[in-house]
Design a protein around this ligand. Structure first.
Ligand code: BES
Ligand code: MN
Ligand code: ZN
Length: 497
């Protein structure tokens, strides 16, 4: 069930809802909404503080049922942690906590006053947008490949309103659009590779374009067309699979006809076995998320279209499956890329860069974009360097890098920059081709970025390595929807300035 979101008036004690949500800081300091409820209900919250039922600790919550003097049936009291430490990240976290607590209650709707809480450096529109996204993220359930369940007779959370004035309306609208992009990305990335094939991704893009035909068009190249055009690198990666490669290009026209488009490019490896350079078995199932870059840029595209941004945007997804087979490409093969540069394959598991290089060349040639941002689950080395909190950002363009870092800070979908100095380029030298596809043991995330840089010369280009941020690890780990919010914010900042 998709949640419905709206804005609510600022009167927690009289609002008619199944559940009102208010915050309490650690040490029992009430927020103003909590104080109003407390006043109307004869000190009911303070009593809970005194009894120790409400601590205000982050991650804690308590429910007041049918308090006298309050119109709502329930009051959910959410712990905000220490008031002096309360910041944007805490705000995002407590809104997720609240959504999870609401999900466990038999309520069909709620009105949250957490959006009235002061967050240093952030306005009401940001608070509503961030609360909406955190709520929708927490409420997301993956159901696509389970046996359909009978409908529960218990009420389920279907509506959440956030207390805010009209000045937060833009935040609500942006939040709705970005949430749709995030859900699109998560749903696509969570699907298993026997369903989510290159052809399936292409079909999803075509369906989206058909549903937004006034402003969006879609072009799909199959393996035969790519062969004619010279996508020698991309096609080599897909050769071992029965699921043939595709190149998907979505175009959104929201700006003036002559405006150069922004371009997204996303790695769409629907499953990465490593190919002939086969990966070990343990954890290989996580490589179904190797199309997380594709999902992320498609989600960013969805968000941009839903926001109706006044700019032009293209989203290009090269997609293939990396499998071992009698017809697979092999280490020592020399490929001729679309750019004409030849590539010596030293490891068939460094396949992401091989599909991206042709897609980057084609994107630059076809659209002459004003900037290109690619997203890719590109290297295990990036996970070692930055872990699961920061996306790796690489660019030779300081202004573009700064824009993307700023968008990450705004949305808390954060990136951290790694250098792309020419010093690293020597690691890619080959005795048999213009470039090798791996750069040795050290600086693996950077040498992957360096490889891509060879195919983006003259372009204003940045690379996002999302290997650590695109999904949560573990047996039940889901796609995170990153970097949809970062990409959407980056575009928003381009039209608002
Ligand atoms: N898809 C992987 C990168 C990856 C690994 C993402 C682990 C998330 C978690 C990529 O195709 C890959 O296999 N990269 C190799 C490159 C190496 C052969 C130079 C890697 O990181 O080991
Ligand atoms: Mn690989
Ligand atoms: Zn891969």
């Amino acid at each position: 069930m998709t949640l419905q979101f709206s804005l609510a008036p600022s009167s927690p004690e009289t609002v008619d809802t199944a559940c009102v949500v208010v915050g309490v800081y650690e040490g029992g300091v009430l927020t103003s909404a909590a104080a109003r409820i407390d006043g109307a209900a004869g000190g009911a919250i303070k009593q809970l503080v005194e009894s120790g039922d409400v601590t205000g600790k982050g991650g804690s919550s308590a429910v007041l049922f049918a308090p006298a003097g309050v119109a709502a049936r329930r009051v959910l009291v959410v712990g905000l942690g220490q008031q002096k430490a309360f910041d944007a990240a805490r705000f995002q976290r407590v809104n997720g906590d609240a959504a999870r607590a609401l999900g466990r209650l038999p309520v069909d709707g709620a009105v949250s006053y957490l959006t009235e809480v002061d967050v240093p450096g952030r306005d009401a529109a940001w608070r509503v947008r961030t609360a909406l996204l955190a709520t929708d993220h927490a409420a997301y359930r993956y159901t696509a490949t389970f046996k359909p369940r009978e409908k529960s007779t218990q009420p389920e959370l279907g509506r959440v309103a956030f207390a805010a004035g009209a000045d937060a309306q833009a935040g609500l609208e942006q939040g709705l659009a970005i949430a749709e992009g995030v859900r699109f990305a998560r749903e696509l990335a969570n699907l298993p590779p026997n369903i989510c094939t290159p052809a399936y991704i292409a079909r999803q893009a075509q369906d989206f374009a058909a549903a937004h035909a006034d402003s969006v068009s879609c072009r799909v190249l199959d393996d035969v067309e790519m062969e004619q055009l010279g996508f020698g690198s991309l096609l080599a990666v897909g050769r071992g699979s029965a699921n043939k490669p595709r190149l998907v290009a979505l175009e959104y026209k929201g700006g003036a006809a002559g405006d150069k488009p922004y371009a997204f490019v996303g790695k769409g490896i629907t499953f990465d076995t490593g190919g002939i350079s086969l990966k070990p078995g343990a954890g290989m199932e996580e490589m179904k998320f190797d199309m997380g870059g594709a999902a992320g840029v498609l989600g960013g595209f969805v968000a941009a279209v839903k926001m109706g941004l006044k700019l032009n945007l293209v989203c290009v997804v090269p997609s293939a499956e990396n499998m071992p087979d009698g017809d697979s490409y092999r280490p020592s093969d020399v490929l001729t890329s679309l750019s004409g540069l030849t590539i010596e394959v030293l490891n068939t598991d460094a396949e992401g860069r091989l599909i991206l290089c042709d897609a980057l060349t084609w994107t630059a040639q076809t659209f002459q974009p004003q900037a290109i941002v690619d997203a890719a689950t590109l290297t295990g080395a990036c996970v070692i360097a930055l872990g699961k909190h920061a996306t790796g950002l690489m660019s030779k363009h300081d202004d573009l890098a700064a824009e993307l870092l700023a968008a990450g800070e705004t949305t808390l979908d954060r990136a951290w920059r790694l250098p792309l100095w020419d010093d690293y380029q020597t690691q890619l030298e080959s005795g048999f081709a213009d470039v090798a596809n791996i750069g040795g043991k050290s600086a693996g995330a950077i040498t992957a970025g360096c490889f891509l840089s060879r195919f983006t010369e003259g372009q204003r280009w940045a690379h996002l390595d999302i290997a650590g941020t695109a999904w949560d690890e573990g047996r039940k780990g889901l796609a995170t929807g990153r970097p949809v919010a970062l990409l959407a914010q980056w575009l928003l900042d381009r039209v608002e300035h």
